[in-house]
Write a protein that binds this ligand. Structure first.
Ligand SMILES: Cc1ncc(COP(=O)(O)O)c(C=O)c1O
Length: 388
């Protein structure tokens, strides 16, 4: 069956009640048929649920769908995107290991690499996402992982996945990519050799700004280690959130088509506006990596970043004059959301670090929702006018 069909039709085994929609298995633990059955499950001699920190039918249904969409062998569901990012690395790397990562990263991932991992002597070297020819120079004998985000948050820069896959293979590195902005509807990094695909499911996978969630899918041997780490440290996804996320996957491809259609129309209109200095959208021909984006992405994604004329004051004034768009730092929602990265998601970076990843003081990041794009544009134009 095609991926869209599988995303809808994959489901936990029907119970004796013959339900059509998957039930929510809101239970902390599972009963055993006997003491011997409990022992066999704990000894992993037979398959079966024991405790929801280890696994639950809802989290497993969610992972079944996601790993299928990403074309990966296995996966584990996490309570948040950040616990997925953290566990996917902490489970596999040891003290003394080194990561090569693109500097264009989500703010909390940057803090993880620069403030948390160094506590355990795991170091990281940053490279420029748009200069793949420089990546190899950053690889040391103790480098274990290549970590990328593409498109990046919020600069919408693109990593060359073909190059990354080949480089990781040549140096025996674990190629780990945060695919949250693209989703598997737009790109499947495992096709390029990614060993792990990391997600914040809080974004487009949920798609309605309701729950937090995350996942790592990828190579079976690596996921096994991540599963053991996560079962012990406890960042597992709740069954309720898993149920929501699994249901959301049923509509993911349909939603992504509309997000991307709207985003492209809006990006094209903003590009013509004289109150805007620049617009960044992967499928706009003016994007410096337009050709690469076209090569490896099926659509341009739901995010558009742009810089209003007049710096930080104008950007704030513009945001304050919006009537319909939601001023919130989440993204991937059915409602269009807007945020000012320099003072929110990326405020922990130094000014030069922000500029290195293309975040200027006047830049706003918009996650284009599913509304009629003309209404979104109307709100943007009236706020631009009032903020003059
Ligand atoms: C690219 C990216 N990765 C990871 C995360 C972290 O996800 P969560 O907020 O679900 O922990 C985010 C959150 O905004 C993100 O944008």
């Amino acid at each position: 069956m095609k991926k869209e069909t599988e995303a809808i039709r994959k489901q936990t085994e029907r119970t004796q009640y013959r339900e059509h929609s998957s039930p929510i298995f809101l239970t902390s633990s599972f009963v055993f048929n006997s003491a011997e059955h409990a022992k066999a499950i704990f000894d992993e001699e037979v398959e079966g649920h024991s405790y929801s920190r280890f696994g639950n039918p809802n989290t497993e249904e969610f992972i079944e769908k996601l790993k299928y969409l990403e074309g990966c062998e296995d996966g584990f569901a996490f309570a948040t995107g950040m616990s997925a990012v953290f566990s996917g690395i902490a489970a596999l790397l040891n003290s003394g290991d080194h990561i090569v990562a693109s500097r264009s990263l989500f703010g909390a991932t940057h803090s993880l690499f620069t403030k948390i991992f160094p506590k355990w002597n795991i170091s990281c070297s940053y490279v420029d996402i748009d200069k793949p020819e420089t990546w190899e120079n950053a690889i040391n004998p103790n480098t274990k992982m290549l970590y990328l985000e593409s498109p990046s948050n919020p600069g919408l820069e693109i990593a060359d996945l073909t190059y990354a896959g080949k480089l990781a293979k040549k140096h025996n590195l674990i190629f780990n990519i945060d695919n949250c902005f693209a989703t598997p509807v737009i790109q499947t990094p495992a096709d390029y050799g990614a060993d792990l695909v990391t997600h914040s499911a809080t974004k487009f996978i949920d798609g309605q700004g309701r729950v937090l969630g995350g996942a790592v899918v990828g190579r079976k041997d690596l996921i096994n280690q991540i599963r053991i780490f996560a079962r012990t440290t406890g960042p597992s996804l709740s069954p309720f959130n898993a149920w929501i996320l699994s249901k959301s996957i049923e509509t993911l491809s349909l939603r992504m088509e509309r997000h991307c259609f709207n985003a492209l129309e809006i990006a094209k209109e903003l590009k013509k506006n004289s109150e805007i200095n620049f617009v960044r959208y992967p499928f706009l021909p003016s994007h410096p990596q337009f050709e690469l984006a076209k090569k490896q992405m099926k659509m341009g994604g739901g995010l558009v970043s742009f810089e209003v004329k007049g710096g930080v004051e104008r950007a704030m004034k513009f945001i304050n004059n919006l009537k319909m768009l939601s001023v919130t730092s989440n993204l991937g929602d059915s409602r269009t959301t807007i945020t000012h990265p320099a003072t929110t998601t990326h405020s922990k970076l130094a000014e030069q670090e922000r500029l290195d990843v293309k975040i200027t003081q006047g830049m706003v990041r918009m996650s284009v929702g599913l509304e009629n794009y003309e209404d979104i544009l109307e709100d943007i134009f009236q706020a631009l006018e009032k903020s003059k």
